[in-house]
Design a binder for this molecule. Structure first.
Ligand SMILES: Cc1cc2nc3c(=O)[nH]c(=O)nc-3n(C[C@H](O)[C@H](O)[C@H](O)COP(=O)(O)OP(=O)(O)OC[C@H]3O[C@@H](n4cnc5c(N)ncnc54)[C@H](O)[C@@H]3O)c2cc1C
Ligand code: FES
Length: 327
């Protein structure tokens, strides 16, 4: 048992209890979402006390050195004093350049940040609706190719932030964004390996960035991109992806739909889930570098099947699009 000091109060933390559980179960207001170290909703900062290394996984070295931690992954090893982060130091202002529909419920949002953002294609960052309301969105842009930041945002019925993006944001509006984080990025050291990218819905966003990053860095190994959607109308960026496949013989684009239609036939989409198509096309994943993004159920199922199929767990990089908490 140890003691946590937060907002002028002391909280008892049980052995093996996370900092997040300790504070929330005793009534403290701490934002949270996935509770598994992905969404970073529960970011806090330690002012005193040792920070377990597990609590800083996925944070930039700069943030880790400043004592930031993820409360859902932090099992305190001794007394700690923690605060909620001062978002001012973590955010940057940006101007909306464009909001372009990509299909019936996904739009591309293009932003110009006031100061250059340090990021890699495939990472994600927080987009702030209000100071206490933000969501993670993946970057579809490539820093060496695009002179704007691009996101693909799916409208969630009743969704606070996605609804605001789709209904309210206009060119010229000012928004706040956080630092880019995440390890779903292209590794130029692995330029001869087979890349396998699987995404559903707006999960294409980071994959579109990673593919273009790899091709712009002369990746020589095969690159397979599977994009899954329930119906053909949910597929997007098909002309751009087909043009890339025509230009680069090592790039293969495989659109997949659950339900057959006139459009799916016209667009030569496979009528099966993206994961079933992957399993049908590849006998073994040994030596593959794998990227999985989008619906958490797809990401979890694919991770297991591809691991059992021979990929090393350290070669499977995944960003499940987990919902945030209420903030
Ligand atoms: C690492 C990461 C990267 C992400 N990248 C993207 C991205 O590139 N593009 C993108 O569109 N989204 C992405 N997301 C999801 C995004 O962060 C939000 O969760 C999503 O936009 C919903 O936010 P909201 O404020 O509109 O809805 P909320 O107001 O948070 O939720 C409204 C209701 O919808 C439910 N809900 C929330 N999300 C979903 C969902 N995905 N499916 C079904 N129900 C849901 C909630 O539980 C709640 O009941 C990402 C998430 C993570 C963790
Ligand atoms: S990272 Fe802690 S709640 Fe999502």
């Amino acid at each position: 048992m140890t003691t946590i000091h937060f907002a002028g109060k002391a909280y008892v933390c049980e052995p093996r209890q996370t900092l997040l559980d300790c504070l929330q179960t005793q009534g403290a207001m701490v934002p949270s979402g996935c509770r598994s170290g992905i969404c970073q909703s529960c970011l806090m900062r330690a002012q005193e006390g040792a920070v377990p290394s597990l609590a800083q996984q996925g944070l930039s070295p700069h943030r880790a050195a400043q004592g930031y931690l993820l409360a859902c992954c932090c099992i305190p090893e001794g007394e700690m004093t923690v605060t909620l982060p001062d978002t001012q130091g973590l955010t940057c202002a940006a101007t909306v350049l464009q909001r372009v529909p990509l299909n019936g419920d996904i739009c591309a949002l293009r932003l110009h940040p006031d100061s250059p953002l340090d990021y890699r294609a495939g990472q994600y960052l927080r987009l702030y609706h209000q100071a206490d309301t933000s969501r993670c969105y993946s970057l579809a842009s490539v820093p060496t190719v695009d002179d704007y930041l691009e996101f693909h945002i799916r409208r969630i019925p009743g969704g606070r932030v996605s609804g605001w993006v789709h209904d309210d944001l206009q060119p010229g509006d000012r928004v706040m964004i956080g630092e880019a984080v995440g390890d779903c990025v292209y590794d130029e050291q692995l330029c001869e390996r087979t890349l396998l990218l699987v995404g559903t819905g707006s999960g294409l966003a980071p994959l579109y960035g990673i593919v273009r990053d790899a091709l712009s860095q002369q990746h020589t190994g095969p690159i397979w991109l599977y994009h899954g959607s329930f119906v053909a109308q949910g597929l997007y960026l098909q002309p751009e992806l087909r043009a890339l496949a025509a230009r680069f013989p090592n790039f293969h684009y495989v659109p997949c739909v659950d339900r057959e239609s006139v459009e799916s036939q016209a667009w030569s989409a496979r009528v099966m889930t993206a994961l079933d198509a992957v399993m049908a096309d590849h006998r073994s994943f040994s030596g593959y570098r794998v990227y999985l993004c989008g619906h958490p159920d797809m990401v979890n199922a694919a991770r297991l099947k591809i691991f059992v199929g021979g990929a090393s767990m350290s070669d499977i990089l995944a960003d499940p699009f987990l919902p945030s908490g209420p903030s």
